[in-house]
Design a protein around this ligand. Structure first.
Ligand code: FES
Length: 171
């Protein structure tokens, strides 16, 4: 027995930690592997459950097509101008376009690139997203220039007694 070992006192054969952890050094590797597998399985299950929850929440939000809602009197939106409103929920910015020639179009105002707000400058040939110079066709909402690669979600419209109504989201 070394000098240092003598200072620490005699080995206790039934130490408390040995009762709580009754494995020999030969079995430690197995225990570690078993624990690791258990933690891995628990973490995988938690991750999978979280992913399913987030996907379900996103799907529930995206399926909100909207209900008929009066937007504005047509006489208040001159040809060649736009009118901003909220649709299908009060959190969703949208834009109504009264195109030269009388056609009406409405789209979500959220750019399909990273969600900035698009607008129509009077006389411009297309809708503009100022964040990264994204451009969208006025008549179809299709991207025509810049980073966006998906069209703006459209809104079906109807004119009833001189007032413009949004009926539902179309895309
Ligand atoms: S957010 Fe509209 S172009 Fe990037």
């Amino acid at each position: 027995m070394t000098e240092q070992r003598r200072e620490l006192g005699p080995l206790v054969p039934d130490e408390l930690w040995r009762r709580d952890f009754p494995y020999t050094s030969a079995g430690e590797e197995q225990v570690t592997r078993r624990d690791f597998t258990r933690y891995l399985a628990a973490a995988s299950c938690a991750f999978a459950a979280g992913t399913v929850g987030v996907a379900a929440y996103a799907a529930a939000r995206d399926t909100h097509d909207g209900e008929p809602k009066e937007i504005v009197a047509l006489a208040e939106v001159a040809e060649g101008t736009s009118h901003l409103f909220r649709y299908p929920t009060p959190r969703d910015p949208a834009i109504l376009l009264h195109l030269p020639g009388g056609e009406l179009r409405a789209y979500s105002q959220k750019c399909t690139h990273l969600g900035c707000v698009v607008f129509w400058e009077e006389g411009a040939e297309d809708l503009l997203c100022p964040c990264h110079e994204g451009h969208f066709d006025l008549r179809t909402g299709e991207p025509v220039a810049g980073p966006p690669d998906r069209p703006l979600p459209g809104i079906e419209l109807e004119v009833r007694d001189g007032r413009v109504w949004a009926l539902r989201m179309t895309t």
